[in-house]
Write a protein that binds this ligand. Structure first.
Ligand code: PRP
Ligand code: MN
Ligand code: MG
Length: 179
């Protein structure tokens, strides 16, 4: 991971904010009768997206987190999803929105949805800021997607490369100049 790289901006902070506004119109409509929606962020990558999303959503929500990890520090999915931290609250009978930063192979989202479905929630919906359909190895898609992107290694807005660059306010793509 110490090979030198540069980051080119791909989706600006402004474009992300505008897209979140649009997505929230649809999500508000879907959950307008829900008493208190459980918004579940998948750590660590979704922490920035969920923060912006729940503030724009303006619905009664409970915020909970689940930590799943498949990449570690590598650029390649391990395809083995580990639950490192489970939800704090119960979701049985409750409406749930799972928030993911990116769906790549789909193993993470598929595993988490299966786990949460087994707890008999009410409506379970999923949202991902980014989707890389060309990399899919499973049959999942998020119910709402911010941006569909080509097969580029992206960072920023919560997404890391070897635990760095999560704090970039925009989505950038990693480029290795010497290759
Ligand atoms: C990344 C990303 C998604 C997942 C997507 O998480 O944040 O959760 O991989 O990949 P997949 O569709 O191929 O499963 P990672 O495992 O790197 O953990 P992190 O969120 O803590 O960075
Ligand atoms: Mn993640
Ligand atoms: Mg990661």
């Amino acid at each position: 991971s110490e090979r030198p790289y540069v980051i080119d901006e791909m989706i600006s902070a402004k474009a992300i904010a505008a897209r979140i506004e649009e997505l929230c119109v649809a999500i508000r409509e879907e959950f307008r009768d829900t008493d208190k929606l459980v918004v579940v962020g998948l750590l660590r990558g979704s922490f920035v997206f969920i923060a912006d999303l729940v503030r724009e959503l303006d619905l009664p929500v409970e915020v909970d987190f689940l930590e799943a990890s498949s990449y570690g520090d590598s650029m390649e999915s391990s395809r083995e999803v580990r639950i490192l931290k489970d939800l704090r609250g119960q979701i049985e009978g409750r409406d749930v929105l799972v928030v993911e930063d990116i769906v790549d192979t789909g193993h993470t989202l598929k595993h988490v949805v299966g786990l949460l479905e087994s707890r008999n929630p009410g409506r379970l919906r999923t949202i991902a800021l980014l989707d890389k359909p060309s990399r899919r190895e499973t049959d999942v898609t998020a119910d709402w997607i911010g941006f569909s992107i080509p097969d580029e290694f992206v960072v920023g807005y919560g997404i890391d490369y070897a635990q760095r660059n999560r704090n970039l306010p925009y989505i950038g793509k990693v480029r290795f100049p010497d290759s």
